[in-house]
Design a protein around this ligand. Structure first.
Ligand SMILES: Cc1cc2nc3c(=O)[nH]c(=O)nc-3n(C[C@H](O)[C@H](O)[C@H](O)COP(=O)(O)OP(=O)(O)OC[C@H]3O[C@@H](n4cnc5c(N)ncnc54)[C@H](O)[C@@H]3O)c2cc1C
Ligand SMILES: Cc1cc2nc3c(=O)[nH]c(=O)nc-3n(C[C@H](O)[C@H](O)[C@H](O)COP(=O)(O)O)c2cc1C
Ligand code: SF4
Length: 651
């Protein structure tokens, strides 16, 4: 069915077995000194085993001053070659082509004194690691970095890597030389902004010979619609650079856009992506017109149908998958075997990105194995249960479904019940706004998997003593979730619950105040603001935890991103004292304030639901009882899925 996607393709001297490419994605699985670890070897090996044609391993930094972020892997010295060779072996042994992405981070490096073409740092944001302005490189220093790129490529070749990719986009050093925003030099490197990268490619050819394939990751549009980056690399600039690089010996182009000041556009979350797949194809299709070597591109690709269509429409020659391959290492096999319904969809929440930006190794909301392949068996090789048991799982939210799925896969007999008429639990409320539609497909995936496994799913069934008696399980799993916490503020009866607003059970007026800037409050604000309502969010804390989230949710921050776009006002450090029919009284630093408002929404938090009778009854009857997910403590999907996976793989 996906014929084009599984056609081989030639890049330089190497044949790639199909058109699927894993996009480079920093993992923080490296050692503190930049060594390769078992974690990295198994993580990438699993994605190669999953049928991906080509694995482009994350930015591997080429010199100490080029460090992207702590625990990145490096190729800055010969002593790293054996570890890197093991990583290439793992990819090769599992059937994919290995590509090492070479990066020098320039002004974005995680060092005290950064370097760049000019003394120009980030255009909008600030680097996290240093307060010092960047230092402009001297000509001798530039020549030194060119040499370092050459040596890095040579070490990659020596270590058995099939190809290298030169990272020329997303605001790192090469991009900084190419961009009119950051290259203010008046010498030859400013007069010809392509010169630095041309010298890098020339040096790699000199060190690695004419046949070693070089892929170049190209920036096709620096601003991606962000007006603050106007005047950056344009598509016309990119076309010219691409032609010159092709002449210099580049064997393929991987086309993206953006830079760190518009990271929400180049690694778009569900809030930005909505239902679009192939975020960069409008750029790759234009670059394809001016060069004669293969083009790789993608962005938000989740369905094989979208990948196949892009290839057939001639928008690209290969399709990269980033986050979707974190969410499901076996994407390519499942597409090849024509069972796309088995692909676990990425929900584009950007939890993975947030992990990195807060210095934690990548893991995933929907795939509990991502990053733990070195510790646990793969899903195909789950250890069958030693003793087959009868398990009653109460609650078909993410936690209950994951528990039922894995326990059933291991051979247990599972009965899964939910009092609701559908599976998905609280996620059924979360997915009402359009910007959460990626989660709908994910819930659908569970539905299909449970049917395939023949799980005894009983909807509209409240777990009670009679059911306990009928099922007579050995184990009871309480995955009963949470419900909204009703505040104790004076006049709380004049509010409506966020859940009811999302579910359409409560109507709101034109002016709305939302109490609480947690995820639910923030998303309800966006949901209503998109309908043209005037929203004010009132948050008692001066620095609520949501502000720490640098991933997708970063777009829902006071005065920024989507809140700025839709005029959502956020009042931090503002305690609501009293609510009446059309008025709200708050206490702020400068005293008491009154605000006329049509509707007040209570989004202050959630509390666990744990049917005490059922619990007591189960214990009385000698059943083993486990509690997981929000029933344990209201948190997030990741917690529920991970706890369920860990429990079910050990039962
Ligand atoms: C508006 C909103 C948006 C959210 N967005 C996100 C997000 O973007 N990312 C994220 O990570 N998290 C999000 N969350 C939180 C997330 O939905 C929960 O953390 C997650 O659903 C918890 O899963 P769970 O399986 O533990 O429980 P739940 O999803 O709550 O499922 C519990 C299930 O148990 C059933 N049940 C309860 N008692 C019984 C009984 N006695 N008998 C039978 N069935 C019973 C319920 O009907 C329900 O279906 C959001 C929550 C809300 C409200
Ligand atoms: C966690 C994470 C880390 C990333 N690290 C890199 C990187 O090291 N080098 C790079 O060129 N792009 C990096 N990217 C961008 C991806 O390669 C890709 O272009 C982007 O995620 C869009 O593709 P997707 O929607 O399929 O994920 C990263 C993206 C994510 C989510
Ligand atoms: S953490 Fe979220 S965005 Fe990242 S791969 Fe997993 S589901 Fe996708």
């Amino acid at each position: 069915m996906f014929e084009k996607l599984f056609e081989p393709i030639q890049i330089g001297s190497i044949t790639v077995k199909n058109r699927t490419v894993m996009a480079p994605m920093t993992t923080l699985y490296g050692g503190a000194d930049g060594q390769v670890t078992e974690q990295a070897i198994e993580y990438y090996g699993a994605r190669a085993r999953g049928g991906t044609g080509m694995i482009i391993v994350e930015g591997i930094y080429i010199s100490p001053l080029g460090l992207q972020i702590p625990c990145s892997m490096t190729v800055r010295d010969d002593k790293f070659v054996p570890g890197l060779a093991s990583l290439a072996d793992s990819i090769r042994r599992n059937g994919a082509v290995s590509v090492m992405q070479l990066i020098h981070s320039g002004v974005q490096a995680w060092v005290t004194q950064t370097v760049g073409p000019s003394e120009v740092g980030r255009i909008v944001g600030k680097p996290i690691s240093t307060e010092l302005p960047p230092k402009a490189l001297t000509i001798a220093e530039i020549e030194g970095i060119v040499e370092e790129f050459g040596m890095a490529a040579f070490r990659a070749m020596m270590g058995g890597w099939d190809m290298i990719q030169v990272h020329g986009t997303h605001g790192y050093l090469i991009h900084q030389f190419l961009s009119p925003l950051t290259n203010k030099r008046t010498d030859k490197y400013g007069q010809d902004r392509d010169l630095f990268v041309l010298q890098v490619i020339e040096k790699i050819r000199e060190k690695c010979g004419p046949n070693y394939p070089i892929i170049y990751r190209l920036n096709g549009d620096e601003a991606l619609g962000d007006s603050r980056l106007k005047g950056g690399i344009s598509l016309e600039d990119a076309k010219k650079t691409a032609k010159r690089l092709e002449d210099a010996g580049v064997d393929a182009f991987d086309v993206t856009g953006g830079q760190d000041d518009c990271i929400d556009q180049y690694v778009p979350s569900a809030y930005v992506l909505r239902d679009r797949e192939g975020w960069f194809f409008h750029l790759s299709s234009e670059i394809k017109k001016v060069v004669n070597v293969p083009i790789i591109s993608g962005g938000g690709i989740e369905a094989p149908e979208a990948a196949e269509k892009a290839l057939n429409d001639g928008l690209t020659d290969m399709v990269f998958l980033g986050r979707q391959l974190i969410a499901d290492a076996d994407w390519a096999i499942k597409a090849h075997e024509d069972r796309p319904e088995d692909i676990r969809p990425c929900v584009y929440c950007l939890h993975c990105g947030n992990r990195i930006l807060t210095l934690k190794p990548v893991n995933c909301t929907v795939n509990p194995l991502a990053g733990y392949e070195f510790r646990q068996m793969t899903e195909e090789n789950f250890l069958p249960a030693k003793t087959k048991k009868r398990i009653l799982v109460v609650g078909a939210g993410p936690g209950g479904m994951e528990c039922a799925r894995v326990a059933s896969q291991r051979g247990h007999q599972v009965v899964l019940v939910d009092k609701n008429d559908r599976v998905g639990g609280t996620v059924n409320i979360a997915i009402i706004p359009d910007f959460k539609h990626k989660y709908r497909k994910w819930i659908g995936w569970y539905d299909v998997q449970m049917k395939k496994l023949g799980i005894d799913l009983r909807l509209k069934t409240e777990a009670d003593s009679a059911l306990l008696q009928e099922v007579d399980p050995d184990i009871v799993v309480m995955a009963t979730g949470s419900k909204p916490l009703v505040g104790t503020i004076k006049g709380i009866e004049n509010t409506v619950l966020a859940d009811d607003v999302l579910l359409g059970r409560a109507q709101t007026g034109q002016t709305v105040a939302i109490i609480g800037l947690g995820l639910v409050g923030a998303e309800t604000a966006l949901f209503l603001a998109e309908q043209g309502k005037k929203i004010t969010v009132l948050e008692e804390l001066a620095a609520p935890p949501i502000l720490m989230d640098l991933g997708g949710i970063a777009l829902l921050k006071p005065g920024e991103g989507l809140f700025a776009k839709h005029g959502v006002e956020v009042l931090l450090g503002t305690k609501v004292q009293e609510i009446s029919a059309n008025e709200i009284v708050t206490v702020e630093q400068d005293g008491e304030k009154r605000m006329k408002i049509d509707t007040v929404i209570d989004a202050i938090g959630r509390e666990s639901v744990l049917p005490e009778d059922l619990l007591a009854n189960s214990i009385e009857r000698g059943k083993k009882v486990f509690t997981l997910g929000d029933a344990k403590a209201p948190r997030k999907i990741k917690d529920a899925v991970e706890e369920a996976f860990m429990l079910a793989s050990q039962l």
